[in-house]
Ligand binder design. Structure first.
Ligand SMILES: [Zn+2]
Length: 111
């Protein structure tokens, strides 16, 4: 009897296309969140709410898109390494899709 946990790690190839698309979307959102955790986005953020709360939250896509290009190559590389480790909270990837995507260059997630 397969448990819920096993199901999360179901083979990528055996997934239905719509199932894969859902996991991919969730993975992208999760990875963007991780980038926002490992990169101090808020000091450069134009959204008052982000600066007030000292963190970018909600729809962080525009925050990332603005702040990422301002980082040095070293900072970008360091952020990527942190994301692969799951950020400061060392969050495990929620799916095989996310685990794979974490290894992709950050440029996939920051626009
Ligand atoms: Zn922001």
């Amino acid at each position: 009897m397969p448990t819920k946990t096993d199901r999360r790690w179901i083979s990528w190839q055996r997934m239905k296309p719509e199932e894969a698309a859902t996991l991919r979307k969730a993975a992208f959102t999760a990875i963007r969140k991780l980038f926002a955790e490992v990169v101090p986005l808020w000091p450069n953020c134009r959204r008052g709410a982000c600066r007030r709360h000292r963190r970018c939250a909600g729809d962080i896509r525009p925050c990332l898109a603005r702040s990422w290009p301002l980082l040095s190559a070293e900072a970008k590389e360091a952020a990527h390494v942190e994301v692969m480790r799951g950020g400061p909270r060392r969050l495990p990837a929620q799916s095989i899709v996310e685990r794979n995507l974490r290894g992709y260059p950050p440029s996939n997630f920051v626009h």
